[in-house]
Write a protein that binds this ligand. Structure first.
Ligand code: NAI
Length: 706
């Protein structure tokens, strides 16, 4: 028998241990080895009961997602290899107890549900997260779960994808017991108890009492469909998961499983699943940087200090405090520091109100943030994060000061959103320890951290930053140093086109509406209002944007000149009521018309398609340049940045993945047409041109041979 699965006995109980580190992924080979182990114990007369358990840090945490990617690239059908295993477990005439620690997710939970009884450690998590990668459970999950936990809970778990904790799982019937002490002895004791009771094994597929009646289920199903539509109207998998759970209530078990399989395959071969699987894998890939390995030395980060208690400094302080790292929050302006601490307290209070934090947790986190006006004790910090105004002279001055006061080994990070890391590093005697940690606003909410590497930044500092990002709950992506790095550099032409479209006659609603309909979390104009129009305004004063050859469109500068900075001043592109709902700002409409007249542009009718192409293709074209310059390591990194930093729809896979799905030739031809129509700033990126003419994709640049 393969070492992927180990068998042993404890008296008359056979123990089957999944042994596929690190997460006991349920590959076809593991499933087959498990099936053989079950068969062996069922045939062994000295064995009366079975326990299934995982080795290492977890039970089966799911299927091997790389397998899905391979399958969809090569075939049109898919056998998980799990079905024979599940049948063997459920058919066993001897009771099978599943012992769960860590996580039982996806195929892991489906395996657990095919066992007769389930026991788990109190900190275990159980879930069917398939919808997050555009799939639904494909091995009976949607049929067994409602039989154990009822239709309402099964709908929530299969269509929402969030795992539940062991105590909740016990309360809803997914678990039979929690292990008080060690898991294996508890599972063995549970198995003995079942044997002593002498009742036949309880097979999930034969349970019916929680399936409900059509009259009871109809409103539950309708509610779940409405919720799914509201949460993510573009996604197809949640609706299919609901259809599959419904099948459990209307069809016999075997037919329900057949229906589930059909729905699963529809999802598996959909563009959405391919895109979401790409995002899942790209996110993991992003943490890998050439030259950085397990042996690269890391510095321990025990204490942090933050300079500047404005919007970003406060958010970053919360990020550290939330991760259990104490921070000093420093600002030269006493009123700003006071305001900053008040904002932090208010943010935590809101989280407590929402029930997402206990008052005790809030107090612990607040206690980790210590406001200060001076750099005293900064020498004790392992990292200092600078978040003062976006002004190069000021940042250089701050870094020169930090160089004097910080511990010689400490990392000096800047949260600049556009300035040169090298220029800032040059103000210190330790450029190798200077790096960009570009958080996104609000820092304690947004998942992205751009880790910007200067030309002298050491690998050790890069490695420490990657690990730190994870510890801070962020998705860290390492990028090179250039004006505005990856995310903001791409955002610039995207916003430029959005505004040129206004100048050419599109309305504010039309521009944002076309892009939210495309799937973006917010339209570009609403995003600008949220971030504050003054940020771009100051940036433009500090460093003028690249020349386009077209007369600049000055409506936004006009808004700023009139103190209309967006949400924070109650008006920007939109005007905001007390409920923060915006309606197009009449002043903005007037400034647009005036600016267009001044530039001699006559308004014309503009379609949603043109809005999407002009803005999204601008992103793609800039992305291609960034890739060619080596500022981003891989197309997937650009996709991850756009998704986690800018709300690009994950189900479209990110801008470069999306370009691949359209075909690079199509994208190239449209961009060339825009160049002819609008001007030289639309010249296609050379990399795009080369890939298009070779019939290749961005993905092919990083594809590893199978
Ligand atoms: P802000 O204007 O809200 O806060 C800046 C703070 O720095 C102020 O409280 C000011 O009193 C303080 N400060 C100024 N000089 C100082 C000094 N010498 N020592 C200590 N404190 C000093 O600015 P915000 O928006 O927080 O931006 C900070 C940095 O983060 C900028 O570099 C910005 O480009 C960057 N950033 C901003 C984002 C945003 O959406 N606001 C997003 C990502 C990065």
């Amino acid at each position: 028998m393969s070492e992927l699965v180990l068998t042993s006995t404890a008296g008359d109980i056979g123990i089957i241990t999944v042994n596929n580190p690190p997460v006991n992924a349920l590959s076809p080979a593991v499933a087959e080895a498990l099936r053989q182990a079950v068969q062996q114990f069922v045939a062994d007369p000295s064995v009366r009961g079975l326990v299934l358990i995982g080795a290492g840090r977890t039970f089966i945490a799911g299927a091997d997602i790389k397998e899905f990617a391979k399958v969809t690239a090569t075939t049109r059908d898919f056998e998980t290899g799990i079905d024979p295993l599940l049948a063997a477990l459920e058919d066993s005439p001897k009771p099978v107890v599943c012992a769960i620690h860590g996580t039982a997710l996806g195929g892991g939970l489906e395996t657990a549900m095919a066992c007769h009884y389930r026991i788990a450690t109190p900190d275990a998590q159980l879930g069917q997260p398939e919808v997050k990668i555009g799939l639904i459970p494909g091995a009976g999950g949607t049929q067994r779960l409602p039989r154990l936990v009822g239709v309402a809970k099964a709908l929530e778990m299969c269509a929402g994808g969030e795992p539940i904790r062991a105590p909740d799982a016990l309360a809803c019937g997914l678990l039979d017991a929690l292990a008080e002490g060690e898991l294996l002895p508890a599972a063995l004791a549970y198995c003995h108890k079942c044997l002593a009771a002498g009742t036949p094994p309880r097979r999930t597929r034969d349970l019916h009492d929680k399936l409900g009646t059509p009259a009871v289920n109809a409103p539950l199903l309708a509610f779940a469909r409405a919720q799914a539509q509201k949460r993510a109207k573009h996604l197809i998998a949640p609706a299919k998961a609901i259809d599959a759970v419904e099948a459990a209530t209307t069809l016999p078990f075997a037919e329900g499983c057949a229906r589930e399989r059909q729905l699963f395959l529809e999802c598996l071969f959909s563009d959405q699943a391919k895109a979401l699987i790409h995002v899942f894998l790209a996110e993991r890939e992003a943490a890998k940087v050439p030259g950085v390995g397990p042996d690269t030395p890391r510095r321990p980060i025990r204490r942090a200090a933050i300079v500047g208690a404005g919007t970003m400094g406060c958010g970053i302080a919360m990020v550290y405090a939330n991760a259990g790292i104490p921070v000093w929050l420093q600002d030269v302006d006493a009123a700003a520091l006071e305001r900053g601490m008040a904002t932090i307290r208010k943010n935590y209070a809101t989280t407590v109100q929402k029930g997402k934090l206990t008052p005790q947790q809030r107090d612990e986190r607040l206690a980790r943030i210590e406001p200060t006006h001076r750099y005293e004790r900064f020498a004790e910090a392992d990292i200092v994060v600078e978040a003062v105004f976006e002004n190069l002279a000021l940042k250089k001055q701050v870094f020169a000061e930090l160089d004097q006061v910080a511990h010689p080994e400490a990392i000096l990070a800047t949260n600049t959103s556009s300035l040169s890391i090298d220029a800032i590093a040059a103000a210190t005697r330790r450029p190798q320890q200077v790096i960009g940690h570009h958080f996104f606003s609000p820092a304690h909410v947004m998942k992205l951290l751009e880790i910007v590497r200067g030309k002298e930044t050491s690998l050790s500092v890069v490695a420490t930053s990657i690990d730190l990002a994870k510890r801070l709950g962020k998705v860290g992506v390492v990028v090179g140093n250039c004006r505005a790095f990856v995310g903001n550099r791409m955002f610039e032409p995207y916003v430029r086109e959005a505004q040129f479209l206004l100048e050419e006659g599109a309305t504010i609603d039309q521009v944002d509406g076309a892009l939210t309909e495309f799937g973006l979390a917010m339209g570009p104009l609403a995003v600008l209002d949220l971030a504050g129009l003054d940020i771009g305004w100051r940036m433009r004063q500090e460093q003028p944007p690249p020349v386009t050859g077209r007369k600049p469109f000055l409506a936004e500068d006009q808004l700023c000149a009139h103190g209309q900075f967006g949400q924070k001043t109650g008006a920007g592109w939109y005007r905001y009521g007390a409920d923060r709902v915006g309606t197009p700002n009449p002043d903005a409409i007037r400034f647009v018309a005036e600016a267009a007249r001044a530039n001699g542009i006559t308004p014309r009718a503009i379609t949603a398609q043109e809005i999407v192409e002009r803005t999204i293709f601008a992103l793609i074209n800039e992305g291609a340049r960034i890739l060619e310059e080596g500022i981003a390591l891989r197309p997937g990194d650009i996709d991850i940045i756009s998704i986690y930093g800018y709300g690009f729809p994950a189900w479209r896979g990110g801008p470069l993945w999306y370009a691949d799905t359209l075909g690079l030739r199509t994208v190239y031809e449209r961009i060339s047409a825009f160049e002819k129509q609008h001007g030289a700033w639309w010249s296609p990126a050379p990399l795009l041109q080369r890939l298009a003419s070779a019939g290749r994709t961005f993905a092919s640049l990083t594809a590893t041979p199978a």
